[in-house]
Design a protein around this ligand. Structure first.
Ligand code: SF4
Length: 497
């Protein structure tokens, strides 16, 4: 029995690309919501949809717990939840339908529902919690369970006789106290299926944690519906302590799901000292930016166990980075890559294909940049206009009925890019094959793909794959003379926890 049953909608078997990768991570944002509820004396259970079948098994969980409230609380820390995939939207709606049949109140929170609350209210949810929602979740659930009317709450959307409306003054809830929450309630889910999946696919067990939430940078395609540009940072000692506790239960590797790790260079120094002091060292990977890879930061990352840094490089053409308001120079990426190489930390690049203004010349610059810098791995995505971004606003008029990807391998180009989706897929495959061939050679193993043939196919189809009237930004912030320069050191100094 539990008063509140928390769940989320991301089911890995429904996402073929992630099945191939088989790197399941716990729904840590959902587990933080469970912590917040439990800390306020509310009995809570978690149905973890990641590996559990979300129809029959969820119905079992409803029978077992008989909750008064069911909450689809998405993991805001997982990029897969942030992608607002329609396959997982269907899962959320089926959970809402099953929960309503039992008479439960049904609540939803996540990037997708924050983007379009009415869509979810129209599909059986009683409330949509927009923004950083742990505190409003606690207040709302306490009121429902206590039989009292909830006070007006920022970020809470519900149905009313007047139609859909928000309850508070602000559309988004804020949670300034996230960093002070106790550890995510991992004991409410079963870690063993994760361990088994990792062991079988990779021979070791990796799990996830977070040291911060949000990112203050303003890359103009990056959707941040939950935290906007706010940044929360946990105390370094507490993060090291959590690492140690994971090490104690046999975790062998950690993925930090932070949007941006190492934003505060002093924090990284304190963190490294705490990791050593608490004997918490484990290999881990992070997502960060090349311009944060200062010499001392790389040194402290190495000392704390960092094995892999993924950096948003996006493009090898400076004009495209500038059009994205990335506020990053390619020279900086070269320096960061070398520093990481020298420290023995894998340097991996996120690349993005299809951004407006990227033609054949810019694509070739990206390929040349990858060849020059030789990242240890690349992750390639295509430009995806998500609501709330400058990019979305600029291409909105071109969007048709399809506005979201179905799963993480969809990568459909939904606006007038320079080329067709198929062409970008061919470029992606050729880049991946080339990077994989370097890896294979360095490991002395056999190179599987014919990289030259893949590039020949790209070149031959280039002209025929062009769109007639590609969209190009004419009103970019940089063209208007507005450059977002963030006072990083000042910002870092003010946020040490
Ligand atoms: S640095 Fe990364 S997380 Fe931050 S705005 Fe840019 S793309 Fe988004």
């Amino acid at each position: 029995m539990a008063s509140v049953l928390l769940t989320h909608s991301y089911h890995l078997p429904y996402d073929p690309k992630q099945v191939r990768k088989m790197q399941p991570y716990t729904p840590i944002g959902t587990l933080y919501a469970a912590t917040a509820l439990r800390d306020h004396g509310i009995t809570v259970a978690v149905f973890d949809t990641m590996l559990l079948e979300p129809e029959v098994a969820f119905a079992d969980a409803l029978r077992r717990h008989r909750p008064k409230i069911v909450v689809v609380y998405e993991d805001d820390f997982n990029f897969l939840s942030k992608m607002c995939l329609t396959r997982m939207r269907d899962v959320a709606w089926s959970i809402a339908a099953a929960a309503r049949e039992t008479g439960a109140i049904v609540i939803v929170h996540g990037s997708d529902s924050t983007d379009d609350p009415d869509l979810f209210l129209g599909r059986g949810f009683d409330y949509v919690l927009c923004g950083e929602a742990e505190q409003v979740l606690v207040t709302l659930c306490s009121s429902i369970l206590g039989g009292t009317e909830a006070p007006p709450l920022d970020g809470v959307m519900t149905n009313s006789k007047q139609g859909h409306r928000g309850q508070g003054r602000e559309r988004l809830a804020r949670n300034s106290a996230w960093a002070q929450l106790a550890r995510p309630a991992r004991e409410l889910i079963d870690l063993e299926p994760y361990r088994a999946a990792w062991q079988e696919a990779h021979g070791y067990f990796s799990t996830n944690m977070v040291s911060s939430r949000g990112c203050p940078f303003q890359c103009n395609w990056c959707a941040k519906p939950i935290s906007g540009n706010r940044f929360h940072l946990r105390a370094a000692a507490s993060v090291a302590e959590e690492m140690r506790s994971l090490k104690d239960v046999g975790v062998e590797h950690i993925w930090f799901g932070d949007d941006i790790f190492a934003l505060n260079r002093h924090w990284v120094q304190v963190f490294a000292a705490q990791v050593v002091k608490q004997d918490a060292r484990l290999p881990f990977k992070v997502q960060s930016r090349a311009d944060l890879m200062h010499e001392d930061t790389v040194e402290h990352l190495k000392a704390s166990g960092c094995a892999e840094v993924w950096m948003g490089v996006e493009s090898g053409a400076q004009t495209i980075l500038d059009a994205m308001d990335k506020n990053l120079r390619l020279e900086t990426v070269v320096i960061a890559r070398e520093r990481l190489r020298a420290a023995g930390i894998r340097a991996c690049f996120f690349l993005q294909l299809g951004y407006p203004g990227e033609g054949w010349e810019e694509l070739q610059k990206t390929v040349a940049f990858v060849r020059k810098t030789r990242p240890d791995d690349v992750g390639i995505s295509f430009s995806y206009p998500l609501p709330g971004t400058v990019f979305y606003n600029r291409v909105q008029a071109q969007l048709g009925a399809k506005r979201n990807w179905a799963d993480s391998d969809d990568l459909c180009i939904m606006f007038q890019a320079t080329y067709t989706t198929e062409f970008y897929r061919a470029v992606r495959d050729a880049i991946h094959a080339e990077v994989d061939s370097w890896k294979a050679r360095s490991e002395g193993s056999h190179v599987v793909a014919d990289v030259d043939a893949l590039w020949r196919a790209v070149e031959t189809s280039e002209a025929a794959s062009r769109c007639e009237q590609p969209f190009v930004f004419t009103d970019s912030a940089n063209a208007a003379g507005v450059v977002h320069i963030l006072p990083l050191d000042q910002l870092a100094g003010s946020r040490e926890a």
